[in-house]
Design a protein around this ligand. Structure first.
Ligand code: PRP
Length: 184
């Protein structure tokens, strides 16, 4: 393995599996929202940056209902083991979500603190409905309970990279989801 991939261990979910699951999620989300949304009131898909950018890009192409895409940049305070759940919005939405159906798109729910905060944020901004779609869920690390309405995969307590997820900002571009192993 070349130096560029130092740290990347085995493939946990390959691109074929990811693609198939994203198609299924797209179908389920479209069915769920079809009767609620319209061209004048589309589903607002909020991609939570940075981790979800590839998943969200694939997911919206699997939707066959009217959608509007928004991006939300967030930063958590502290390290993940002591996080207080305080999340700072570093890049805000470009339009109001008031009276809109909002679907938050995350790459992973780990402690649940980020998603819990963002669900509450969208509610306080008076969204009509707020749903959560996450590619991955890691229940072993859950701190707060979060309802994931559309879930791709439940995974073990592994450090995963690729398909948008990083280790110190690296490996987001890998097409497969891989396990990060520092001494690999
Ligand atoms: C990751 C991920 C979620 C959050 C999940 O973001 O994208 O937003 O952590 O963790 P939690 O459930 O413990 O809150 P990260 O802070 O790594 O930033 P990134 O998306 O820019 O990589």
């Amino acid at each position: 393995m070349g130096e560029a991939l130092n740290g990347v261990g085995y493939v946990l979910l390959d691109r074929t599996k990811l693609e198939k699951r994203v198609r299924e999620l797209g179908w389920a989300i479209s069915e769920h929202y079809r009767s609620r949304v319209s061209p004048s009131s589309p589903l607002v898909v909020v991609s939570v940056l940075k981790g979800s950018f590839i998943f969200a890009a694939d997911l919206v192409r699997a939707l066959d209902i009217p959608v509007r895409i928004e991006f939300l940049g967030v930063r958590s305070y502290g390290d993940s083991t002591t996080s207080s759940g305080v999340v700072q919005v570093t890049q805000d939405l470009s339009h109001s979500v008031e009276e809109q159906d909002v679907l938050l798109v995350e790459d992973i729910v780990d402690t649940g603190l980020t998603s819990a905060f963002l669900l509450e944020q969208m509610q306080s901004r008076r969204a009509r409905t707020v749903g959560l779609c996450s590619l991955l869920n890691k229940p072993a690390r859950a701190v707060v309970p979060v309802q994931i309405d559309f879930l791709g995969f439940t995974i073990e307590d592994l450090f995963v990279v690729g398909y948008g997820l990083d280790a110190a900002q690296r490996f987001r571009n890998l097409p497969d989801l891989c396990v990060f192993q520092e001494d690999t």
